[in-house]
Every structure is written in structure tokens, then in C-alpha cells.
Design a protein around this ligand. Structure first.
Ligand SMILES: [Zn+2]
Length: 194
């Protein structure tokens, strides 16, 4: 079960598990009040969210993670993301009104993509994560067995031909399509049905 939360410019997805679900991406720092409103609209309680994961560490995908950690929601980090967690700190710190607290990744659950299926299964979610670095080195996609692919800022499938020379993008989409998704969810565009 996937729910879309919109409270800014980035789509946030909630994937329900048997007990607790995971939240995929958050908007910019400072959007917590809007996030709460979106949660309420979607009938999701804070305590329904076990983990938060960013598809990648650009500021418009992870701005609420440290605040969500304080609320008891754990960070799920993929090992390929470890070096990128603090990339946005400097951008947020420039705006002192945000009072941004950097993420403390020491409290995170760190897994590899290879471990992701077992990890998600422990939450009652059938699926896995794969490394899809065409948008940024630290980008991952979440592929659910029900036929959903959540791909963050990966350039849309329709653009593969336009980026003719981009072997990495082609490979990312090949890897995703191997999982036969019925619907692909983007961060900044409407979902696309296959
Ligand atoms: Zn991005």
C-alpha cells in the first residue's frame, strides 16, 4: 500500500508494512507543519512510521529527517549514501531561520542493497532496493513486489533515448524494468503506468 503525501515540491511516499511502514523522502527543512497536515489528510499517524529513507541526499529530499528521528522514526541508510548525508547541511545552515539540526547517522540502520529485501521483509514489506546512480551517486530506488518502483529523481523512462550517451541511465532503467513495475513513482512528476 503506497500513499502520496504532498506538502511542497517533492513527493513523499509512505509504504505501509504489517506493523510499521517506511517514509520515502521528505521535503525541505522547515516543512514539518505542512508535513503534519499532509499526514493527517492521508490518515497516517507518526507512530505508523517506523523508518524514513531518502532516495538520495539532495536538500529537497531529506530536510525533515533529523526532526523525524527526534520523534522516534529511525533513519534507514543504504551504505552507498553514507558519504552524502551531510551534503545539504551547508545549504540549510545559510538560512538561520531554519535552525537546521544535522542528521546524526550513528543512530541509523545501515544496510546494503543486497540486504534490503531481508530488511524490508522484517517490516512486512515485500520488495528491495537497488542502486540507481544516474541522478546522483547516492541515489537508490525502491522496488515493491506489488509492482511499484519509487525512483526519486531518476530521469524518467521516456527520456532514456534523449540521453542517448548515458549508459548509466540506461542500465538503471534496465535494472528497474527487470522487476516488471506496473507503476513508477517519481519525486517531481506524476506516476507513470506501464
Ligand atoms: Zn536530486
Amino acid at each position: 500500500m503506497i500513499k502520496l503525501l504532498r506538502y511542497g515540491n517533492t513527493n513523499t511516499y509512505f509504504v505501509g508494512g504489517e506493523n510499521k511502514g517506511i517514509l520515502i523522502d521528505t521535503d525541505w527543512a522547515g516543512t514539518l507543519p505542512a508535513f503534519y497536515k499532509a499526514l493527517k489528510l492521508c490518515n497516517i499517524r507518526i507512530e505508523d512510521i517506523g523508518y524514513v529513507i531518502a532516495t538520495h541526499y539532495h536538500p529537497d529530499h531529506m530536510g525533515l529527517i533529523s526532526e523525524l528521528n527526534e520523534l522516534g522514526i529511525k533513519l534507514l541508510l543504504v551504505d552507498v549514501q553514507l558519504d552524502y548525508v551531510h551534503f545539504p547541511d551547508e545549504i540549510f545552515n545559510r538560512d538561520t531561520k531554519l535552525r537546521y539540526t544535522p542528521i546524526s547517522e550513528n543512530d541509523a540502520a545501515v544496510i546494503s542493497c543486497a540486504e534490503s529485501r531481508t530488511f524490508l521483509a522484517s517490516l512486512g514489506i515485500s520488495g528491495e532496493m537497488i542502486h540507481t546512480p544516474a541522478h546522483s551517486e547516492d541515489s537508490v530506488s525502491i522496488l515493491l513486489d506489488e509492482g511499484a518502483a519509487i525512483v526519486g529523481d531518476l530521469p524518467p523512462f521516456d527520456t532514456v533515448e534523449a540521453y542517448n550517451e548515458n549508459e548509466c541511465l540506461r542500465k538503471c532503467w534496465n535494472d528497474i524494468l527487470e522487476h516488471h513495475p506496473k507503476v513508477v513513482y517519481y519525486s517531481h512528476a506524476n506516476e507513470r503506468y506501464f
